[in-house]
Design a protein around this ligand. Sequence first.
Ligand SMILES: *Cc1c(COP(=O)(O)O)cnc(C)c1O
Length: 416
Amino acid sequence: MTTRDDCLALDARDPLAALREDFALPEGLIYLDGNSLGARPKAALERARQVVAEEWGDGLVGSWNSAGWRGLPERLGNQLARLIGAGEDEVVVTDTTSINLFKVLVAALRVQALRDPSRKVIVTERSNFPTDIYMAEGLADMLQQGYSLRLVDSPEALPGALGSDTAVVLVTQVNYKTGYLHDIGALTALAHECGALTIWDLCHSAGAVPIDLKASGADYAIGCTYKYLNGGPGSPAFVWVSPALREQVWQPLSGWWGHARQFGMEPRYEPAPGIGRYLCGTQPITSLAMVECGLATFARTDMQALREKSLALTDLFIEQVQARCGRHPLTLVTPLEHARRGSHVSFEHPEGYAVIQALIDRGVIGDYREPRIMRFGFTPLYTRFTDAWDAARILAEVLDGETWRDERFLARKQVT
Ligand SMILES: *Cc1c(COP(=O)(O)O)cnc(C)c1O
């Protein structure tokens, strides 16, 4: 079994170790929740000061031009594109994942309505992140045209759920609970075979696993920038549309930022050519500017190197927890198979909420998702091998000592 000295040696020869220096992490804390809110890039503080004091304070309205504010969604989109295998000028960073999902879902249904209006089913997983399901439900309810959702109970059941009635397959590439990793190319090929379009939610995979949207044949992709991309709390999300589909229909939130001539102030909407049509209204520049600080660190490495370290970290954590906690009611719900595993590890425990609270009290930050799931996110940009090792040891101590039974760990907080 791996010793702590082994982990110290792994950290010492880790080619990515220096990247941790880009982040402001509190001393003594083991942060395993970068899959919920990424750590703060040190550069974000100075960049925030610059945006607020200089660009806003001194530059005022002129900064839309002089500080490049107007082009920020496109510029960030191009920086992000290389992490997800998208082309130049194919991605914009804007709005939230939920809102971008609404845009691409309507667009996909409109494309299908032109091809085969009898397709009315949106296929997704019951265990998909709730907002993905809720947005699709709300859309079906708004349209009142017979659209419905088909929820499948396991990744393996997806192919069998596709048919001649399927309009869209909406899948999150890495499941937020289990960490199950889908094969975008394989599922997209199956969907296309039966005439369906695919929407990929990359919230738990952008910046965590290598993605090649173009090679995989995907149709639409969305995702957030505040998890593995370290853009800051609530930082704007991204949207990509296959160039083959992009100009076929309007997206529904046809605001002035997506107009072909934004300052033409014309009384009729005409969508911009290209991905610019997926913008809606005025962008939150202070928040958007932070995204650039998160993306900057990725320019110093590549997704293959990050993936290698991510798998080594999750392998180590699984090995350590299984070796130390075998006599406790802990069930691994994350696939052991590398090809099926994202960058977080989840265990089920009947008192998972309290155990996570007890861990947080000991300086190990993971999180909890209903029902009974304890999640531990591994961010190869800043997580060390010793962090994974220490976290497993502390988890074993919390379980062995039953410290989670303390009353203060049982009460649910607003955000779990
Ligand atoms: C985090 C996450 C979201 C978040 O959507 P917001 O609109 O940013 O709140 C959506 N989908 C998935 C799969 C996520 O993991």
